[in-house]
Design a protein around this ligand. Structure first.
Ligand code: TMP
Length: 215
């Protein structure tokens, strides 16, 4: 595979979507073909899985089913879309990936971390991201940026947004420990920096890893 696979991780409102859009623009200006996508989601089928995962339902989604649905979406997105695009030389930017499963289902829900490691390996196959940008934000700042005390009766509030502060502290701890354990892949950036500063920092890191453009 010749492309470059970059994932973005972090708590809600860390700025992942904004930075992915800015990086995609920079790369496209240079002539790279960019795929920007998200997890769960990214293909028609995966977006349906996303609906199942995010919607508040009358029937509670059990933790085990949740874990398998995130993994199913990942297996499908990679084989159905991202691997062929990486093979074609695309630069793939993905909003969340397997590290989110470790942080949310493993650290925060308390599911078995060794099983999650194996399940992630199964879904991901041999194509881990070349680079993961972890935009680190405190839970307090994430909640502040969410800008509201969530009205959990509102239909548009998803299942994850109603989780407690303690849940998100564990998610953050998960990301921090993953970053400490995978320094060659995961770069941690302070997400309280301005949009422009982060954009520059990310660009410096990505530039060093760009594949040569075929002319
Ligand atoms: P987002 O698209 O707004 O980031 O929403 C995705 C939500 O799903 C977010 O709350 C994190 C959560 N999530 C997991 O719990 N496990 C996963 O593996 C992934 C990819 C996301």
């Amino acid at each position: 595979m010749t492309g470059l696979f970059i994932t973005f991780e972090g708590l809600d409102k860390a700025g992942k979507t904004t930075q992915i859009a800015r990086l995609a623009q920079r790369l496209e200006r240079l002539g790279y073909t960019v795929t920007a996508t998200r997890e769960p989601g990214g293909t028609a089928l995966c977006e349906e899985i996303r609906q199942l995962l995010m919607k508040k339902q009358s029937e509670r989604l059990v933790d085990e089913a949740e874990l398998l649905l995130f993994s199913a979406s990942r297996a499908q997105l990679l084989r159905g879309r991202l691997w062929p695009e990486l093979d074609a030389g695309h630069i793939v930017l993905c909003d969340r990936f397997a590290d989110s499963t470790t942080a949310y289902q493993g650290y925060a829900r308390g599911m078995d971390l060794e099983f999650i490691r194996q399940l992630n390996a199964y879904a991901v196959g041999n194509r881990w991201p070349d680079l993961t940008i972890f935009l680190d934000l405190t839970v307090e700042e994430s909640f502040k940026r969410l800008g509201k005390v969530l009205d959990t009766t509102q239909a548009e509030v998803d299942r994850f947004e109603i989780e407690s502060r303690n849940f998100y502290e564990k998610v953050r701890k998960g990301f921090l420990e993953l970053a400490a354990g995978n320094p060659e892949r995961i770069v941690t950036l302070d997400a309280t920096h301005s949009v422009e500063e982060l954009d520059e920092q990310i660009w410096k890191i990505v530039q060093k890893r760009l594949p040569r453009l075929e002319s």
